[in-house]
Design a binder for this molecule. Structure first.
Ligand code: SMG
Ligand code: MG
Length: 369
């Protein structure tokens, strides 16, 4: 294909409640969307970069700028662009995986819509619905946590993940076990808030039969994750550390991870995400699909990714209502604890123009020159 242009659109969606992690509190999702146009067809991508560079080094203003200055001109200059070649076209630019993933995603959606193919069939999805887990932020008090988790269990979520940080770790897990029993699938996510000197915290968590401990240590320290993994019985799962299939291969070889959280945005796109899935599966490493507070665009695409056979644990693919009063697409909903895998052409439903307009903060058009 030859792209006519790319629209970069910034949207601001207020969250239904503040989302606190070990690195900060989000109250609004400031997201960058990309609309790619060719031959009268459009495709949509969503950048998962956050407002501030706290989850990782990328942030949404920076992602927008690197797209405007470098990535968009590169893909717009290509005469034979396909979703499968975007990665190679953008390869000369180092890093910026979230920005690259958003560009590839828009081109992929456009290609799938042009050929009338669903993302699920393109990927080789093996199920038509995926189990839905929910990520629960750090709460002001333990009784708030019990109440909030109870609400999600009532809604039907099949797995609970709680955010932890030093001082909010063993106690919240113990209290949830007391409130809801040992059978509720539970996992924790530290977002790199600990050091190896905190190993005792994780040894103490071993008593609770958690599904996994997500990203306890620094993003760039596979060696220490391998050390910690050898000290505890609960599986260590890496999120931030896995920025590519190469990083995944290293982490697996080092024994740093028994489970991988796959986020297409973090690893440079859905095609790299599938490569990580394939690699993990070949090595007997379980994967699950992470979330970045996506709108219905990214959320729907994640549901299709999670329908691949190696995704054996529930993902952070919750209903739109977990974060948003009103999504920009028809809402992603929970049915008996599952989210449906979109079956129509493209990555999922298109944004609803009225709802999109309401939350748009700015937009710009980058034309082919
Ligand atoms: O989309 O359900 C979601 C959020 C899941 O906890 C979630 N994501 O480290 O896994 C993670 C965090 C990153 C959130 S960045 C604000
Ligand atoms: Mg995480």
């Amino acid at each position: 294909m030859r792209l006519e242009g790319l629209e970069l659109r910034r949207v601001r969606l207020p969250l239904v409640s503040p989302f606190q992690t070990s690195f900060g509190t989000e109250t609004v999702r400031d997201a960058l969307l990309i609309r790619a146009v060719a031959d009268g067809v459009e495709g949509w991508g969503e950048c998962v970069a956050t407002t501030e560079p706290r989850y990782s080094s990328e942030y949404v203003d920076g992602a927008q700028q690197v797209i405007e200055r470098f990535l968009a001109p590169a893909v717009l200059a290509s005469d034979h662009l396909t979703a499968e070649t975007v990665g190679a076209v953008l390869e000369p630019f180092v890093g910026h995986t979230m920005a690259k993933a958003a560009v590839e995603m828009a081109v992929l959606d456009l290609q799938l819509r042009t050929t009338g193919t669903s993302f699920a069939s393109y990927l080789g999805a093996v199920v038509d619905r995926v189990p839905s887990g929910v990520s629960v932020g750090i709460q002001p008090r333990l009784d708030d946590l019990v109440r909030v988790v109870g609400g999600y269990l009532d809604e039907g979520y099949v797995r609970i993940k709680i955010k932890i940080q030093p001082g909010w770790d063993v106690e919240p897990v113990r209290v949830l076990g007391e409130a809801y029993g040992p059978d509720v699938p539970l996992q924790v996510d530290a977002n790199s808030a600990y050091t190896l000197a905190d190993a005792q915290v994780f040894r103490d968590l071993d008593a609770f039969g958690l599904l996994l401990i997500e990203q306890p240590l620094y993003e760039d320290d596979l060696r220490l994750h391998a050390k910690l993994a050898a000290m505890v019985s609960t599986p260590i799962c890496l999120d931030e550390s896995i920025v590519s299939a190469r990083a995944a291969a290293d982490a697996i070889a080092l024994g740093a991870t028994r489970v991988i959280n796959i986020k297409a945005g973090r690893v440079g796109g859905y095609l790299e995400a599938r490569r990580i899935h394939d690699l993990a599966r070949a090595n007997g490493v379980a994967v699950w699909c992470g979330g970045m507070l996506e709108t219905g665009i990214g959320r729907s695409a994640n549901a299709a990714l999670a329908a691949l056979p190696g995704f054996t644990l529930p993902g952070d693919i919750s209903a739109s209502g977990r974060f948003y009063e009103m999504d920009i697409t028809p809402p992603v909903v929970l049915e008996d604890g599952y989210v449906a895998v979109p079956q129509g052409p493209g990555l999922g439903p298109l944004p609803l123009p009225d709802q999109l307009e309401k939350v748009t903060a700015s937009s710009s058009w980058l034309a082919r020159s």
